[in-house]
Design a protein. Structure first.
Length: 253
């Protein structure tokens, strides 16, 4: 078996790309629709940019279609957010927390022209403005843009961290190099996995890792710790793409 390339060359040639594994749910014709997606996630400071391909979401291909997304298992840290398509290729993204009693509002309803809270009847416009109480504040809005050329909607979600901040070589053998990947994580209700592609044309696969530099790579997932998480992976090729993946579940009202 050939020896690995020198560390400086190997690490220089590695490219890190981030993804967020998401699920989506919406109501179409009174029926629940859900689908899983792999949405590209880039980092701008502490803002995660979720990029959604419209072809993946039947509801968003029509005016007034509305889809809700959930990032973690415990509502409270991050509420689901809703993306709704308005006329003229305008998209609105709002947090679903109603400030009256912390309930999750429903998706936009084209029949009523409102986003409604199922708990106490508060009403909001398609863009999250307060129409009727008992809520006392509008829904939090996320900056949203649409690229008609790529057919991609980009939603900026504050403090959504999955960027790999540090990559460093810990040890080498004749067949592999152990890398430490560090990333900022949310609290322990968020679960993370590691994904690997040898080339960008390969299908991504989940890989096991270790929680310590000398431990066996037998862990498949790790909970957040509200700080920097370190995981240790074994790289066997001369090039590759590692990604931190935020595991999420469908939001079903």
């Amino acid at each position: 078996m050939s020896l690995p390339q020198p560390i400086t060359e190997l690490t220089r040639r590695r490219v890190i790309k981030q993804f967020s594994l998401c699920t989506a749910a919406s109501i179409i014709g009174g029926q629940l629709w859900s689908a899983r997606l792999l949405a590209s996630l880039s980092s701008g400071g502490n803002v995660g940019i979720i990029k959604l391909r419209l072809s993946d979401y039947p509801a968003l291909q029509n005016e007034y279609g509305s889809v809700q997304f959930k990032f973690n298992n415990a509502i409270g840290t991050y509420y689901p957010f809703t993306v709704t398509r308005a006329p003229n290729n305008v998209f609105h993204s709002v947090d679903t927390r109603c400030n009256h009693a912390d309930c999750v509002v429903s998706p936009y309803n084209e029949s009523t022209g409102l986003i409604e809270c199922p708990c106490h009847g508060s009403q909001f416009s398609i863009s999250g403005e307060l129409v009727q109480g008992p809520a006392t504040a509008p829904l939090v809005c996320y900056n949203t843009t649409f690229n008609a050329t790529t057919d991609v909607v980009s939603v900026e979600v504050p403090a959504l961290y999955t960027t790999i901040s540090t990559v460093s070589v810990q040890s080498t053998t004749a067949s592999s190099i152990r890398l430490m990947l560090q990333f900022r994580s949310l609290n322990n209700s968020f679960i993370y996995k590691i994904q690997y592609q040898q080339t960008l044309t390969d299908a991504p696969v989940f890989v096991n890792f270790s929680n310590s530099v000398g431990g066996a790579a037998t862990q498949s997932q790790v909970a957040g710790n509200s700080g920097t998480r370190s995981v240790f992976v074994d790289a066997t090729g001369t090039t590759g793409f590692f990604a931190v993946v935020l595991v999420v579940t469908p939001y079903i009202p």
